[in-house]
Design a protein. Sequence first.
Length: 139
Amino acid sequence: MKYWLLKSEPNVWSIDHQIKSGQKGSVWDGVRNYQAANNLKKMKKGDLCFFYHSNIGKEIVGIVQIIKEAFVDPTDKTKKFVAVQVRFEKKLKYPVTLKNIKKTKELKHLLLIKQSRLSVMPVDTKCWKIILNMGKIAK
């Protein structure tokens, strides 16, 4: 299993929207950056992703699971980009803010800091566990 981070603007699609999508989950579409799209293509069913509220809040608020691997993004008229299907798993007890992530020495190498505009990125196991602990979620 691999770990990822998905960014969404909460006024467009929030963790609460994701929760309401239920067991069938929702399509994670609209990604038009090639590096982010390549990350979507690497995702496997069962992988877990942090759900990050970008722009408003700037914090990790929950976890979603990949339930369908990459397929042609239905919102892309060119058919060049892909989407995945994700399902809500859990909310973090305490959102983990970007400010606190930046303050944590062991997280300095995260792409969330190094490539702040990237909307889909891998998260290594060590960082995953540190962030879970920060959000008070049991590993």
